[in-house]
Ligand binder design. Structure first.
Ligand code: ADP
Ligand code: MG
Length: 583
């Protein structure tokens, strides 16, 4: 067995575990398929009686019953067909649903570092395309294997019972077919693996175009995007054709081989000894069986490719399911903390990257204080703020909240302490009210909600809207301005009432006027908490209790606004650059 085959065997075993709860459905489907095939075989077998007794001997009794039996059997065949199709689809869709749900849940629970590495389009294609492929390909393989398999077996029995000499010739070609099948299936697996990747590329580049639509328009990037997509699109098409042509070649080859066998049978039948043992009915039944064998034999040869296709899709899905979810090994349940933060000897690299992003970071903030991080872009400010809620694991150094190492805390209780408002506001396709209340646990009265909306200056614009706070805002709040979206994010953070707040350049996407408007909302948010404020505008940080000046992952200066200006160092030069000489 090759490594690949072993791979698909273990993938198949694992898939079987998913089918366990729906075993009843599969068994019924298989019974239905066998019944269906059995009736077809019975018909072929009856050819002999029909010709020899009915037509040759002109048996009236036979002609009386035959039409009735035909209709009856076809009705039963229809029932079998329905049962097998229904049960198979019932069980198959259940498995797809389970896999999708599990993928969805898993992707949600995977650490930020996993999502850094994989594009959204690629992941979406796993939930949509790959999951569906598993069902399509595996059910097709099952149908062919059971239905066509039973049909082939039945036909062989019919043939052998009528004339084993003529039938034996047919079996001689079996090994030849087997060799071709194994050659073809290897190629199939290779191509379908690539095909899945290509499909992921199609989704992710479409997604990129849709997300960046405005940028593309304004930078006139249509031609470039068009070309990029055209390459990917064509690669996908190319693979599809390859898959189809491999299939076509193998089918034609197998049919040609089979036709040689058929020709040989006809030739053998012409020998006098043979002719003596054959009645017209027998010969018709054998010949019909052989002809009818070609199609299911062809399908049986591609069953492996369907199976491999399904297994390739399943393997891709399982790979995501096997990714290590976020480590939540801490056991300390943080109740509402006071908000003392202490960072000691913190060094950090992003997983899978060499660059040392943070070096020897030490600082502490007392409950209720505001610390401001300033520094050039890329100096590591956002990284510090992502380490606090443990979006990435700290390996070297420690972060303490109220004296608890955050690694020892449960993720849920840790994150409940922290509200993050950043430049990128994420809003859900829902009403303003529901967006503010997102993730809020417990009862929320309308008055409470309105109070928060008022404080965050959301009511200011919401009251102008026809449905007020109950206005739907579209996907990611497309109908709102940047400042309005930011105010909703602030309201959400206000409602959360977390003791720790991270403001990561919350206003940097806004123009001065909108910034002034939300300043009131921000001041409200900063009250009574420990705040980490990352700001690109120095004016917003003058009042901080502590300012950390960062450069290339290090804290190069720290102090208050006044003391840092007095030092006349890096901070002072940044300040001068923005406001001119303070003196
Ligand atoms: P700032 O917020 O001060 O602008 P960041 O903390 O975002 O800076 O980035 C600090 C450094 O870390 C940069 O050099 C950036 O390239 C790198 N970096 C940021 N995010 C990631 C990531 N997800 N994976 C790898 N490197 C990253
Ligand atoms: Mg940043």
């Amino acid at each position: 067995m090759t490594v690949q085959q072993q791979g698909s065997v273990s993938t198949f075993r694992r898939l079987m575990r998913y089918s366990k709860p729906y075993r009843g459905g599969f068994i019924l489907a298989i019974l239905g398929m066998i019944g269906y095939a059995a009736i077809d075989v019975y018909f072929i077998n009856e050819f002999e009686t029909f010709i020899d007794r009915g037509i040759t001997e002109k048996d009236q009794n036979y002609f009386f019953w035959a039409p009735i039996v035909v209709v009856l059997l076809f009705a039963i065949r229809g029932v079998f067909n329905f049962i097998s199709s229904y049960c198979l689809s019932w069980a198959g869709t259940h498995i797809v649903k389970d896999l999708r749900q599990q993928l969805f849940r898993q992707m949600m629970r995977l650490p930020v570092s996993f999502h850094d590495k994989h594009s959204t389009g690629e992941l979406i294609s796993k939930i949509t395309y790959d999951a569906e492929q598993i069902k399509q390909a595996s059910s097709k393989a099952l149908v062919v294997l059971i239905h066509e398999g039973a049909f082939v077996l039945g036909l062989l029995i019919v043939m052998f019972s009528k004339s084993w000499q003529l039938s034996a010739i047919f079996l001689l070609i079996a090994p030849l077919i087997a060799v071709i099948v194994s050659l073809v299936s290897k190629r199939f697996r290779l191509i379908s693996n690539r095909m899945q990747g290509a499909m992921g590329d199609v989704t992710s580049s479409s997604e990129q175009m849709l997300n960046g639509h405005k940028v593309i328009l304004s930078f006139g990037g249509q031609a470039i995007e068009d070309q990029r997509f055209s390459d990917i699109n064509n690669r996908n098409r190319h693979l599809d054709v390859k898959l189809e042509s491999t299939r076509a070649i193998s089918v034609s080859l197998i049919q040609t081989i089979a036709s040689c066998a058929l020709a040989f049978v006809i030739y053998l039948a012409s020998f006098p000894e043979m002719l003596e043992t054959l009645t017209p009915g027998k010969f018709t039944a054998i010949l019909t069986s052989m002809m009818l064998l070609l199609k299911p034999l062809k399908q049986l040869t591609t069953v492996n490719s369907d199976f491999q296709k399904g297994m390739a899709a399943a393997a891709a899905v399982f790979k995501v399911l096997d990714e290590q979810p976020e480590q939540d090994t801490g056991s300390t349940e943080l109740n509402r903390v006071q908000g003392n933060i202490e960072v000691k000897g913190l060094n950090f690299r992003y997983p899978g990257h060499d660059k040392q992003v943070l070096q020897d970071i030490n600082f502490s903030v007392k409950a209720g204080q505001t610390v401001a991080l300033v520094g050039r872009s890329g100096s590591g400010k956002t990284t510090i703020s992502s380490l606090l809620p443990r979006f990435y694991e700290v390996e070297d150094g420690e972060i303490l909240i109220d004296g608890h190492n955050i690694r020892d805390c449960t993720l849920a209780s840790l994150r409940k302490q922290i509200a993050v408002v950043s430049q990128q506001v994420v809003l859900f396709n829902d009403t303003i009210a529901n967006n503010i209340a997102y993730g809020f646990e417990g009862e929320l009265s309308r008055a409470q909600l309105e109070l928060v909306a008022e404080k965050a200056h959301v009511l200011e614009f919401a009251s102008q809207l026809p449905l007020g706070l109950d206005t739907e805002i579209g996907e990611n709040g497309v109908t709102l301005s940047g400042g309005q979206r930011q105010r909703i994010a602030i309201a959400r953070a206000l409602l959360r009432q977390s003791p720790l707040l991270v403001l990561d350049e919350a206003t940097s996407a806004l123009d001065t006027e909108s910034e002034r408007k939300i300043q009131g909302a921000l001041d409200e948010l900063l009250k009574n908490r420990t705040n980490i404020v990352i700001a690109h505008r120095l004016s917003t940080i003058e009042n901080a209790d502590l300012i950390l000046v960062m450069d290339q992952g290090r804290i190069v200066e720290c102090g208050t606004h006044q003391s840092l200006l007095a030092q006349n160092g890096y901070y002072a030069s940044l300040y001068k650059m923005q406001f001119g000489d303070p003196a």
